[in-house]
Every structure is written in structure tokens, then in C-alpha cells.
Design a protein around this ligand. Sequence first.
Ligand SMILES: *Cc1c(COP(=O)(O)O)cnc(C)c1O
Length: 395
Amino acid sequence: MMHNYLTPNFSFAPMLPARAAGSRVWDVEGKEYLDLSGGIAVNALGHCHPDLVEVLHTQAQTLWHISNLYTSLPAQELAGKLVRHTFADKVFFANSGAEANEAALKLARKHARDHFGAEKNEIVACIDSFHGRTLFTVSVGGQPKYSQDFAPLPQGIRHVPFNDIAALEAAVNENTCAVIIEPIQGESGVLPAQKEYLQAARQLCDRFQAALIFDEVQTGMGRTGKLFTYQHHDVAPDILSSAKALGCGIPIGAMLCTEAFAASFTPGSHGSTFGGNPLACAVGSRAFDIINHPDTLDNTLRQGAALQAALSDLGKESGVFSAVRGVGLLIGCVLAEPYHGRVGELVKAALQEQLMLLQAGSNVLRFAPSLLLNDEDRAEGIVRLRRAIARFQAA
Ligand SMILES: *Cc1c(COP(=O)(O)O)cnc(C)c1O
């Protein structure tokens, strides 16, 4: 391939994407690929959706950036939609998931300090969670491999096993300012939180006056067939982070919160140069309308169920998967014991069969395709995956 001028923290795949439409991607040589990875759960409406291209084009000729000395119609429009369709009263715009979580964690600390004093600063997070790559978010994320080389780390963070109510009860106390949970752990293996776990977290946070934060960066914006995954469980957080699919590929993140928490973000207490810029918000606002439409949410559930069924069949036929799990179009196939640690090879084999997939942890093959996935692309994905599995098993 060409010379790589970028820092070596990424291992790029051996193909160079040049253009894309819907669930298809073409490389610089014109070879076509089927994309069931969705740019890592970002391209929720597929690539280059015509309505998003249109709004991007229109906004580009209107107003790109104006700074946070001013607000704008697109920012207020998108924030209003997020507020009207969720638990939230207020929105802070950022540019990524890590930044949305950074805002959420800072807000929880400040709110606790404002109301209860400096002692109340502890954050309880889950082992194997993922919240982003800033120093604070890698420290809160329960994966030492992402934080240990950057010590000294921020203090006042406790980690507990995911889905373990007793461990959560033992960790949360009057010094807890926040509990942060992914309703489905995405990066570490597409592991859904149990409803009872989320309910217990809600009760503990109420009892100790701590903020319940849901990180819905990966699970939000229609991915699981509801606007946000917490809406499947009737357990509302105080603070929620969104990004990835929020802009469908245009960088934008958002922190949503209740009025009571928002009040602690007093003028000047937090900020962002690009957050809430009209270009990203205009695209996000149009994407919101399409994602939050019953047709899209129904398609997500229907295609998700059909894809899970086909993957289960493929698992039985090949013996490669021991379980298939997930909700809507966030799906993980757990590799059977003999294949443990080899999911990277399976992703590579899939790419050789012109199929773009993801790994999650070391044993899970992850799917996060367009929410507009159609029957033809889904069926073609299974055909290509069957060939990839044969290639993988022959290796
Ligand atoms: C991707 C992800 C993040 C980080 O988002 P960035 O935009 O990469 O900063 C945070 N939390 C979860 C759950 C994610 O999946």
C-alpha cells in the first residue's frame, strides 16, 4: 500500500476505501464490499444517505461555524428533538463520545460538590466498560490496557463487575457522585445489562443522591430499535451520553441531562470550540428525524431478528459460534471455545470475502450495520460470511 504518514496506534486494513453508498463500499481499485460494520456503529443510515448529503450541502452554503458566543437554529433544533423524545431537559454538545462522557463525568462531580461538598466525588464504573480515550474516560473505562501506560491517572474511580447487583450495592455509598453504565457493553463483547441491574443502579443512585449516567454512545440513536436503549427498560438516567450515530458520520457528541443537573454547568464551567456547530447539528437534526421514525426503528428490529436467526443457523452449521446475542442491529457472535482469541482472523477472512465486520473483545464478532439494511444486503452478508468461515476454518 501507499506510505503511511499517520502515527502507528492504528493497524489499518489492507484495503483503501474510496467511496460508498448505502451498505456498499468501493476501494480505490473499484472492488466492492458489503459493510455490516457501519463505520463502528456510526453510519446508522448507511453511507451518503441522499437526505443527509442534501442537508449538509445546504448548510454548507448557509453557516458552518459561529462559536459558542452564539447559539444557532440547527443547535436549538437538534437539542429540542433530543429533549422532547427523552428524559432530558438540557443538552450540551461536544464532538465525540469521549467528550460527551467527559462532560457527563465532570458535571456529576460538580453537581455533587455544589450540593454535598468535595468528599462526594467517587465514580463507580464497570469492569470491561468502554467510555472513550481521554485520560479521564480511559480511567473510568474498566480496561487497564487502555489506561495503565498513561499513569498517573485521575483518582476516585471504583470498578465493579458488570451485571452484579451485590457488587454494585457494596460499592455505592454517600461518597459516590456517579454510577456510569453502558446499557449494552459494546466494545468488550455486545453484553446487554439486565433490566434488574439497571433498576438496582437507579435505586442506589436515588438512595445516595448520585448521578446515574448511561453511556449510549454505541447503543443510542436507534441502534437497538428504540431511540435509546434505556427506553426498553423504563429506567431513566440523570445524564446520558450520545455520539457515534448522532451525526451518522459527521463528528458530533451530546450530553443530555435533567434540569437539576444542568444547573451545575454554570456559565464558563465547561465548554467546547466546535461543540454544537451548525454544520454538524443540521446533519444531526435531519438524521434524528429519519432514525426516530417508526419505519426505521421497525426495520432495525425486523432486520436484527432476521440477522440473529441467520447467524445462529450459521453458527450451528459451522460450529464456530457458541452464542449469538444483542438487541436490534447491535449483534455479537461469541466464538466457540476452540476458536477463542481468533476473532481478528475471522474479521480478516471476512474482508477477503468482501465483507466488513468488527470484533468486540477477543472472542466476539460484532455487527453494527445501517439501520436501513435491506433483505438483499442481509442475505448477501450471510453468503459472504459463510465463505469467510470456510476460509477461516481451513486456515
Ligand atoms: C465509541 C464509544 C465511546 C467513545 O466515542 P469516541 O467518539 O470514539 O470518543 C464511548 N463510549 C462507548 C460506549 C463507545 O462505544
